[in-house]
Design a protein around this ligand. Structure first.
Ligand code: SAM
Ligand code: DTB
Ligand code: SF4
Length: 346
């Protein structure tokens, strides 16, 4: 089986201004001033599907190579036993989802996984931990992992929860390129999903990451029973971060038995697939320069919906047969999908 490999094809030059993102005001000098309101994003969602997709394609082609998709491989370096109560998450200790509280992976196991990911064609390696945040004694081995993965020639990413003073700088100094920390959902809906950390805590960590000069990977989850308005508000808030995140993961909820959201939604998807595609398109239009990551839930979405997501402007994915604890399309399936769609790894 041939691995997906990044091509060296150059990026498109910026096309004429008629194709650039409409309705995006110049960057505000005041971080508090939103550049996209929830109403403005809602107006995108309310467009006829073909009009929305056309606008998303215009923006996508103005800012990105249209058929290139970046590949990141995830590994769970510390699985289960998390003290938080995120209603979607199988790794919370209080949710009985059959995920054991495991010890942290050793450096060799992480580097073996990173080598395999690189060999399969990934360009970024993302290390996730089921923590509220890293204790200082936990951070030291993670710094070794970051150094080791970076030395293999991969981009590095971590998602470790909330960061304290000095931790972002230590990660940066070890060679961390990206930190993933999601807003998850709109401010209004957030309290239905998580109570053990507030959105202010999340914004604080995002500020620490940005302040240390690490690229920000920040997005959310849809299909949790939120309204269209809540999806629009999330995207408006992400787009109004100053600057917007370099990487925006849009996760389709993976419902895992034993989690509160599975109990509530009973395994039935709470979002129509075309509404999911609209969410990707709205993210693309509101954040023209960001990489929009079609994240969790790809296996459940199937090929046709994934194809629409790429058309809507998604240009990165998680690659490899596992996310953190749930499944993802395997490398073979993704290779076939890329061939069918004429996509190439970037
Ligand atoms: N514990 C750290 C934290 O929460 O910041 C890092 C890992 S956490 C699993 C990273 C993100 O994965 C969450 O913020 C959430 O957006 C996403 N996620 C977790 N479980 C998910 C699920 N069942 N379906 C979709 N996305 C999920
Ligand atoms: C993100 O936004 N999605 C990824 C990554 N960041 C860490 C995690 C998805 C987790 C899906 C459920 C699981 O396997 O635990
Ligand atoms: Fe813990 Fe992260 Fe899961 Fe929340 S999403 S329960 S913080 S591992």
């Amino acid at each position: 089986m041939a691995a997906l490999r990044p091509s060296t094809e150059p990026m498109l030059d910026d096309p004429p201004s008629a194709c650039t993102a409409p309705a995006r005001a110049a960057r505000s000098p005041r971080a508090a001033e939103p550049r996209w309101s929830a109403d403005a994003v809602m107006a995108l969602f309310d467009l006829p599907f073909a009009d929305l997709m056309f606008r998303a394609q215009q923006v996508h082609r103005a800012h990105h190579a249209p058929n290139a998709v970046q590949l990141s491989t995830l590994v769970s370096i510390k699985t289960g036993g998390c003290p938080e109560d995120c209603g979607y998450c199988p790794q919370a200790a209080r949710h009985h989802a059959g995920v054991d509280n495991e010890a942290m992976l050793g450096l060799d196991a992480v580097l073996d996984a990173a080598r395999a990911a690189k060999e399969a064609g990934a360009t970024r390696f993302c290390m996730g931990a089921a923590w509220r945040g890293p204790k200082d004694r936990d951070l030291a081995p993670v710094l070794d992992m970051v150094r080791g993965v970076k030395a293999l020639g991969l981009e590095t990413c971590c998602t470790l929860g909330m960061l304290k003073d000095g931790q972002a700088e230590a990660l940066r100094d070890a060679g961390l390129d990206y930190y993933n920390h999601n807003l998850d959902t709109s401010a209004d809906f957030y309290g239905e999903i998580v109570t053990t950390r507030g959105r202010g805590d999340r914004l604080d960590t995002l500020g620490r990451v940005r302040g240390a000069g690490i690229h920000v990977c920040c997005g959310g989850i849809v299909g949790m029973g939120e309204s269209r308005r809540a999806r629009a508000a999330l995207i408006a808030e992400l787009a109004s971060l100053d600057p917007p995140p370099e990487s925006v993961p849009i996760n389709h909820l993976v419902q895992v038995e034993g989690t509160p959201l599975h109990a509530k939604l009973r395994g039935e998807s709470a979002i129509d697939p075309l509404e999911f595609v609209r969410t990707i398109a709205a993210a693309r239009i509101a954040m023209p320069a960001s990489m929009v990551r079609l994240s969790a839930g790809r296996r459940e979405l199937g090929e046709a919906v994934q194809a629409l997501c790429f058309l809507a402007g998604a240009n990165s994915i998680f690659y490899g047969d596992k996310l953190l604890v749930t499944g993802n399309p395997d490398v073979d399936a993704d290779r076939q999908l890329f061939e069918k769609l004429g996509l190439r790894p970037a």
